[in-house]
Write a protein that binds this ligand. Structure first.
Ligand SMILES: Cc1cc2nc3c(=O)[nH]c(=O)nc-3n(C[C@H](O)[C@H](O)[C@H](O)COP(=O)(O)OP(=O)(O)OC[C@H]3O[C@@H](n4cnc5c(N)ncnc54)[C@H](O)[C@@H]3O)c2cc1C
Length: 379
């Protein structure tokens, strides 16, 4: 086991930490549905290009992905023994025929220790390696570890997958995604409503006299609008009979970094120049500002000025977004923050004014900075 240096105290029972709450707390039936979806989506690939599994599936009478329609068909799948993998690799060294993709798709190679038979080699794609890291990340998080904790791995590593995957999992980040849907229903407020639960937020925006837009932002996977909406029972009830008035549109994973906004004669504007998250409702304003700055820079004879302007415009919104994301990851901190803003609406108004650039950040004031620092340290 990795040696753990625990910086934070154990989580309270009410605050069991999840890496991907939606997935880890889904009802069993929903989980089995997702598991089947994943399994089934691999059948076409495997039957198409994996010689090892194709032969075995054909022998079991499975020639088409449609031969496996549901969990009831699971028992049709042939059992696999370690000896069969070893024999296959001995016959077609070094990796055998159990390969679904060309070799250049694989990004990691591992090997079993050989304690009870010949060592077996194993390849991982980018996607499967990410999956390993997520599995470990869930284990670490369930053990109460999070940002700020330090893990020491006193392993000899070698080619054993477990140690490397653990190390990868220790640095895995939850990815954030966004999805929006419009509903044909008269807005019940002229404000944007924000509902915030652990791992998922819902933003309700009145967009017309008879329409509201609902944007979901969440961490992890499992991004179906219906499943996300279930996490906000009040909102779900309100929208239950409202007809859907749009196609779902989404984006993610959010966090994208561009090394530079300008290279040679190419300039990047908006999300293409980098994006942190939609949590502050930012994005469009920045894209418009950058487009304007780019036009001014080009009219002035070059892109150098634009490169500097883009960096300048991004500094404040990206900082505020990062700060809010810290609250997104730490439910206790978030509750303290909301309680403080509820008690002190003027502080909230001032923060909003800074965010909207109605006033410069320097006008936030010492008192506000102290109160926010108090939220962070919990006093
Ligand atoms: C759920 C959600 C809610 C959000 N809410 C808000 C909000 O309330 N307020 C706000 O300001 N921002 C919000 N944002 C962020 C905002 O949508 C983006 O920051 C903004 O759209 C960025 O604009 P853009 O023009 O840079 O990129 P995009 O809007 O992504 O436009 C890029 C366009 O280029 C096209 N394209 C891509 N590749 C090619 C190609 N090779 N050839 C041709 N076309 C191509 C794409 O199809 C797309 O149409 C939200 C984002 C999400 C996901």
């Amino acid at each position: 086991m990795p040696l753990i240096s625990k910086a934070s105290s154990a989580p309270a029972a009410a605050e069991v930490p999840f890496f991907d709450r939606a997935r880890e707390t889904a009802p069993l039936e929903t989980l089995r549905g997702w598991q089947w979806e994943r399994l089934a989506s691999g059948f076409a690939d495997v039957l198409g290009s994996n010689a090892f599994w194709r032969a075995r599936l054909h022998a079991a009478g499975i020639r088409d992905p449609r031969d496996l329609a549901s969990w009831a068909d699971f028992a049709k799948l042939p059992r696999l023994t370690k000896g069969e993998l070893a024999a296959d690799q001995a016959a077609a060294p070094p990796f055998g025929t159990n390969l679904t993709y060309p070799l250049d798709r694989y990004v990691r190679v591992f090997q079993t220790s050989g304690t009870t038979g010949p060592p077996i080699r194993w390849l991982e794609t980018d996607a499967s390696w990410t999956w390993w890291a997520r599995c470990w990340a869930m284990v670490f998080r369930a053990a109460g570890l999070g940002p700020g904790d330090r893990l020491f791995f006193p392993f000899s590593f070698g080619l054993f997958v477990g140690f490397w995957a653990g190390l990868e999992g220790a640095t895995a980040r939850r990815k954030r995604f966004g999805l929006r849907r419009h509903f044909a229903i008269a807005p019940w407020s002229d404000r944007v409503e924000v509902y915030w639960r652990d791992g998922c937020e819902a933003y309700v925006t009145p967009v017309a006299e008879d329409e509201v837009g609902v944007a979901m932002l969440w961490s992890g996977e499992g991004g179906r609008f219906e499943c996300l909406l279930e996490r906000f029972p009040d909102l779900a009830r309100r929208l239950a009979s409202a007809p859907v008035a749009s196609r779902d549109r989404g984006a993610g994973p959010f966090h994208r970094r561009a090394r530079a906004a300008v290279r040679g004669r190419i300039a990047l504007v908006g999300d293409a120049a980098g994006y942190v998250d939609a949590i502050t409702g930012e994005g469009l304003a920045l894209a418009f500002r950058e487009a304007q700055a780019l036009a001014t820079s080009v009219a002035g004879g070059g892109l150098v000025r634009y490169a500097a302007e883009a960096r300048r415009w991004r500094r404040l919104p990206e900082t505020l977004t990062r700060l809010l994301l810290i609250a997104e990851r730490r439910p206790r901190l978030r509750r303290r923050l909301f309680a403080t803003l509820e008690r002190d609406p003027r502080l909230f108004a001032r923060l909003l004014a800074v965010h909207c650039r109605a006033v410069p950040a320097s006008r936030l004031g010492v008192g506000a900075a102290v109160r926010l620092a108090g939220v962070v340290v919990g006093v």
